[in-house]
Design a protein around this ligand. Structure first.
Ligand code: ME8
Length: 520
């Protein structure tokens, strides 16, 4: 058994941030979680063992205050919020393997074990501290953080505080961290975020304050070695990534180090500075990659709970269907830059890409096989140059998708390539005009070839789209009358070849008009 465990290959482990429960989730939270879900589905399809972790960050002043405002106990507040998150993940077809909450005993135990280890090895010390404290960012800030003499808006109210606290010797690990980032160029992605962290490391790091006096904040994990304090919420939250895969248990090796911490750029510093130095100090292996995407903006501002300018993904899922939301956030949200959210943009993608390009292709092709060949897929026959071109685009799309775009979490590029294939296939229909071939008895074999190639292309598209749009893929599979799509990697075999009887054709995306409700 032990030997088997040692030989077992490490599975693919992907994480999202654990979200604060001070308010309900919005499109930003949904986007990171959808991105992780897409990666998890892509890997599962390839037969990989996958662990997809998401969850909630339930301690800290913001949660305590949110509960106080509503007149409920913090844990009751967290339970209610957890329900909202779980409902949303279900509505968005997100299938995580674990949903961690930092108030769970399994997590508190690991946080305390890590703290104790760091304390025992001299990595923590207690000292008085006087400084500026941002309530909304829950962190001490320094003069270096001021921009043109003012505190940036996202720090909210900044107060002067004096108190004794526990500190982590983060500065001792600065040189190691800088070297590690330089030696591992794809560790922090994308490149602009990596450069941002390297620029921060050009200046001396302060040690990290990792405690809060219980007198000021009761809602946290007690320090195991000093009863007057609870753990700083970031130190607590980051540890979730090792709690869930079973830190201290034999199964930990099956998952850790994580293959990808997926986050947005707002929490780059805790993930690329606090967390790696904490792990280094505790003698735990580093994550393989930290990937930070950009923000959804509303006009010029970040979409955020505190600004109240949020988009509720449930509204869009109710109007356009879950898959349209999943498609939109994968197609439009950029990795290295921010993206402006507008309803027009959403509608344009829905109508042009889904209803028009993809929807029409699937509907036309399946309907024509019914009309001209009684619903049975004909034989492909000898390829013409036009066929060879379609096949080339299909092969290149498949190869790039598997070898580069998907493993690199470059969903915009993956979908752009997939839509180039959709466009090529629609053009193939127009160029070959099956409705004309059908009128010419001498062109029967050619019509067979065209229809068969279209069906094969649609089956391939179903396979490529499944991680992004699982229920659309299921609808396409039902119309093709195949139980599921095989993985489209180099072992790809068309599941709807000659002689296969298709299911009934019906539109997969009805066109939507601004302001109108559209049935999903
Ligand atoms: O920071 N655009 O939780 P949080 C894109 N609890 N993504 C966005 C976004 C936007 N406008 N707004 C939020 C916390 N997100 C901590 C994390 S992890 C150990 C602790 C997404 O509720 C994005 O993933 O503020 C961002 O990093 C995260 O929500 C922040 O969630």
């Amino acid at each position: 058994m032990l030997q088997l465990r040692l030989l077992m290959p490490k599975g693919f482990f992907i994480t999202t941030p654990i979200y604060y429960v001070n308010d309900r989730p919005h499109l930003g939270h949904a986007s990171t979680t959808i991105w992780a879900d897409v990666q998890a589905r892509f890997r599962r399809r390839r037969g990989e063992k996958v662990f997809f972790l998401t969850g909630l960050d339930e301690h800290g002043i913001k949660v305590q205050q949110a509960a106080q405002r509503r007149g409920v106990e913090p844990l009751a507040h967290c339970d209610e919020m957890a329900g909202h998150y779980c409902d949303l993940w279900k509505a968005l077809d997100i299938r995580c393997d674990d949903f961690i909450r930092t108030t769970e005993p399994r997590h508190m135990k690991v946080v305390q074990a890590v703290l104790q280890k760091l304390c025992d090895t001299g990595q923590l010390y207690r000292k008085p501290y006087r400084g500026w404290y941002s309530k909304s960012a829950e962190q001490f800030v320094t003069e270096k953080d001021r921009v043109e003499g003012k505190w940036p808006a996202h720090f909210g109210e900044v107060l002067e505080l004096e108190e004794e606290n526990w500190f982590f010797r983060m500065s001792d690990h600065q040189e190691w961290l800088r070297r590690y980032i330089q030696e591992n160029p794809r560790w922090i992605r994308p490149e602009n975020r990596r450069n941002q962290i390297l620029a921060i490391l050009d200046r001396p790091l302060d040690d990290l304050c990792i405690s809060r006096p219980k007198a000021r904040l009761a809602w946290g994990i007690p320090l195991p070695f000093d009863p007057e304090y609870v753990t700083y919420v970031w130190f607590d939250a980051l540890v979730n990534y090792i709690t869930a895969p079973g830190f201290g248990e034999a199964r930990f090796k099956e998952w850790w180090p994580t293959d990808c911490h997926l986050i947005a750029k707002d929490i780059l510093v805790p993930h690329c500075i606090y967390w790696p130095t904490m792990l280094h100090a505790a003698g735990i292996e580093q994550p393989k990659c930290i990937l930070a995407h950009g923000w959804w903006l509303m006009g010029r501002d970040k979409m955020s709970k505190s600004l109240g300018n949020i988009v509720d993904p449930r509204d869009y899922a109710a109007r356009f269907g879950t898959d349209a939301v999943r498609y939109f956030v994968c197609r439009e949200l950029l990795l290295a830059d921010d993206t402006d959210f507008t309803e027009e943009r959403f509608l344009a993608r829905f109508n042009a890409d889904l209803a028009n390009d993809l929807g029409n292709l699937v509907n036309r092709a399946i309907s024509m096989v019914h009309r001209y060949r009684g619903g049975v897929v004909p034989a492909t026959g000898e390829p013409t140059p036009a066929d060879a071109d379609l096949a080339k685009v299909a092969r290149e799309t498949r190869d790039d998708y598997h070898a580069r775009h998907m493993p690199n979490v470059e969903y915009g590029k993956a979908l752009e390539a997939v839509w180039a294939l959709v466009t090529r296939a629609n053009r193939y229909v127009d160029e070959n005009a099956p409705w004309k071939l059908a009128k010419d008895p001498a062109a029967a074999a050619r019509l067979d070839g065209v229809l068969a190639r279209l069906i094969e292309t649609i089956a391939l598209l179903g396979s490529l789209l499944e991680p992004f749009m699982p229920s659309t893929a299921a609808k396409i599979a039902a119309q093709l009358n195949v139980p599921e799509f095989p993985c489209s990697d180099e072992r790809w075999v068309n599941p709807a070849g000659a002689g296969h009887a298709l299911g009934r054709a019906s539109p997969i995306f009805p066109r939507a008009v601004a302001g109108e409700k559209s049935a999903p």
